[in-house]
Each structure stands twice: as structure tokens, then as C-alpha cells.
Design a protein around this ligand. Structure first.
Ligand SMILES: [Zn+2]
Length: 97
């Protein structure tokens, strides 16, 4: 992973995720810093890294919305030669709510 040509911020983030070094509620509970480790977004499972990345229904909904916006932006750039700014993509996502 350290040999990948990615910004160091991304590599460190990936290391933290794969080594359970993120301040999730489950990790904070292990250190007795919080009492409740239930995911505050879906309230179904404990908030662990695996839950946030793979299992959380709320995370899946957010990623799905982002995917629609990015796909729409990519199609406009390809077919119409129009390229939205980041702000325009964010506005598109906000309008979806
Ligand atoms: Zn959740």
C-alpha cells in the first residue's frame, strides 16, 4: 500500500481504515470513552469501520446518491462536452434531497 502513487493523506487514511485506527464509536467504547456504540445513522449495528464501509444502510444511500451525480456529470462531459465544477456537482447532489 505504501508504494501506491497516491497522496500521503489517502495512504494514511487507508492504513487507518484497514488497521481499525478510526475513532468509530465501537473503538471509542473499547477505550471506555463512550458508553453506546450503536451507529447513530442507521441504529442497527455497532459503529465499526466494517459497518461504516460495508454494512451501514445510510452510507449506502449516500454513496448511491453520489454515484448518480457523478455518473450524470460524467455523461454530460462525454456527450455534451460540458464539464461541471465541483460546486455544480455538489449543488446537483443537494437538489436530489
Ligand atoms: Zn449504520
Amino acid at each position: 500500500m505504501w508504494n501506491l502513487k497516491l497522496p500521503s493523506k489517502i495512504r494514511i487514511g487507508m492504513w487507518k481504515i484497514t488497521n481499525e485506527f478510526m475513532p468509530t464509536l465501537h473503538n471509542l467504547r473499547k477505550k471506555r470513552l463512550v458508553v453506546d456504540d450503536l451507529c447513530p445513522m442507521c441504529k442497527v449495528e455497532k459503529e465499526s469501520v466494517a459497518h461504516l464501509v460495508w454494512d451501514c444502510a445510510f452510507t449506502r444511500m449516500v454513496l448511491q446518491e453520489l454515484g448518480v451525480a457523478l455518473w450524470f456529470n460524467q455523461n454530460r462531459a462525454y456527450h455534451e462536452g460540458l464539464k461541471d465544477t465541483v460546486q455544480e456537482v455538489v449543488s446537483f447532489i443537494d437538489a436530489y434531497r
